[in-house]
Design a protein around this ligand. Structure first.
Ligand code: SAM
Ligand code: F3S
Length: 423
């Protein structure tokens, strides 16, 4: 039997590609193996959003070179954002790679793997299907954020038709998923390129009544494009979780302008107010880049002030990393690495405090948890507001919605016990 090894880093779109690739390869008769040494086919799903991610990809790829000297060398496929549309240079740099495939090119992977597939295809026991499944709804992005290489690698926005997404949601739910997360670089742009221009709110409605589906999430939103219709739809539909991934990136108008974000700090602030006015229990997470070219101490202080004031539920903070081919890479990268690290630390410390206080407010409360997996002797899952909760209990709780009374609260996770009084 042929075997495959899959290595994936980066965003949830890559995680979704990895799930679909695994399903497809297993359908073709490949069995998963945990080390590249044991594999006939190695697939790397790559990320280059920052230099550190690119360095990991190059390290991983370089470590595979020696396997090609074997008598029966494995086939190596590299896909994801490491691969530009024109990858001749890359092919010259890594001649031992058998196929370079563009991000999310699962058709290309299928075509290549079919040539290697065991004949006749042997059925492999399918890997355990996830309780929470990632479902891409669009590829690419039409924004021009000046620091971003992802849009260069993934191309313009292309939405997947509603009917195809409905069918995919039904398929993953039939396979055991109870929650779906609809994915796109900017889900607020969903549908504009489709006949009849359905939007994300219409899509949420179209999948909402799927039997067996308990929860729906979506990410990532763009502050310049989020509509009141979407917020009202999230407020109205019970299966849609009141959680927003709403990257602000910076708390200073000048920096936002140079980032090409097309909104102001005041707009972002008002948007958060609009969400909270309609959905008081909503949780909001954001992304921040520190040390963007020319970011002064005062401009950074604006970001800190905004986060202090808004008290968001989570902040993913990254030090600016110049990416080749992006407009920002032509600007001087003038915030020293140590200063970027310091600014990142300032935000992480502030957010730890805020997240800790928000979590502490849940002590003694009973929250609904969708149980995803068992880890280190405890069951783990998330609340509707995306908080990670662990609890100890006998039996199999995977895939169930359970009431958990919170007994311990930390900034990044909560611990509780099954609340038998409200079960
Ligand atoms: N579409 C989303 C948005 O509207 O921002 C996010 C897409 S981006 C691929 C994911 C995150 O990576 C961004 O929110 C940003 O914070 C971070 N990121 C992107 N490019 C970066 C860079 N050059 N340096 C540091 N962080 C970066
Ligand atoms: Fe990149 Fe901005 Fe799109 S961060 S993926 S160009 S919304």
């Amino acid at each position: 039997m042929s075997s495959y090894h899959l290595w994936s880093i980066g965003c949830q779109m890559n995680a979704a590609d990895a799930r679909q690739a695994a399903e497809m390869l297993e359908g073709l008769g490949f069995a998963p193996v945990s080390t590249p040494e044991a594999a006939d086919l190695i697939v790397l799903i790559t990320c280059v959003v920052r230099q550190s991610a690119e360095d990991r990809v190059i390290g991983r790829l370089s470590s595979l070179k020696s396997l090609k000297r074997r008598r029966h060398p494995p086939a190596i496929v590299v896909m994801g954002c490491f691969v530009p549309a024109d990858h001749e240079l890359l092919a010259a740099q890594f001649p031992y790679v058998d196929r370079f495939l563009l991000p999310s090119d699962l058709c290309g992977l299928r075509a290549f793997a079919t040539m290697l597939a065991p004949q006749p295809a042997t059925r492999v026991a399918a890997s355990v299907a996830p309780v929470s499944a990632l479902v891409p709804i669009m590829h690419g992005c039409d924004h021009h954020c000046t620091y971003c290489i992802v849009r260069l690698r993934r191309g313009p926005g292309r939405s997947i038709p509603v009917a195809e997404i409905v069918a995919e949601v039904q398929r993953v739910v039939a396979g055991g998923a109870r929650e779906v997360t609809l994915l796109g670089q900017n889900v607020d742009a969903y549908g504009a390129d489709l006949p009849g221009a359905p939007d994300l709110a219409d899509l949420l409605r179209a999948i909402h009544d799927t039997p067996g589906l308990a929860r729906i999430r979506f990410l990532t939103s763009h502050p310049a494009e989020m509509t009141d219709k979407l917020i009202a739809t999230v407020a109205e539909l019970p299966k849609v979780c009141p959680h927003f991934e709403l990257p602000v990136q910076a708390g200073d108008d000048e920096v936002l302008k140079r980032m090409g974000r097309h909104y102001t700090v005041a707009h972002y602030r008002t948007l958060v107010e609009r969400i909270r006015a309609q959905i008081p229990a909503a949780s909001i997470a954001t992304d921040v880049i520190v040390g963007f070219p020319g970011e002064s101490e005062a401009q950074f202080a604006g970001t800190v002030q905004l986060l202090r004031e808004l008290r968001l539920d989570a902040v993913h903070v990254a030090a600016y990393s110049p990416r080749p081919g992006t407009p920002a890479a032509r600007l001087p990268d003038d915030v020293p690495a140590e200063e970027k690290a310091r600014r990142r630390q300032v935000i992480e410390t502030l957010q730890e405090e805020i997240s800790g206080e928000l979590s502490a407010a849940l002590l003694g409360q009973t929250v609904e948890v969708l149980v995803e997996e068992r880890r280190r002797g405890r069951w783990g899952g998330r609340t509707r507001t995306n908080k990670l909760v662990f609890f100890a209990a006998e039996g199999d709780w995977r895939g169930r919605l359970v009431p958990v009374r919170i007994t311990w609260a930390g900034p990044w996770s909560l611990i509780g016990e099954l609340d038998t009084t409200s079960a």
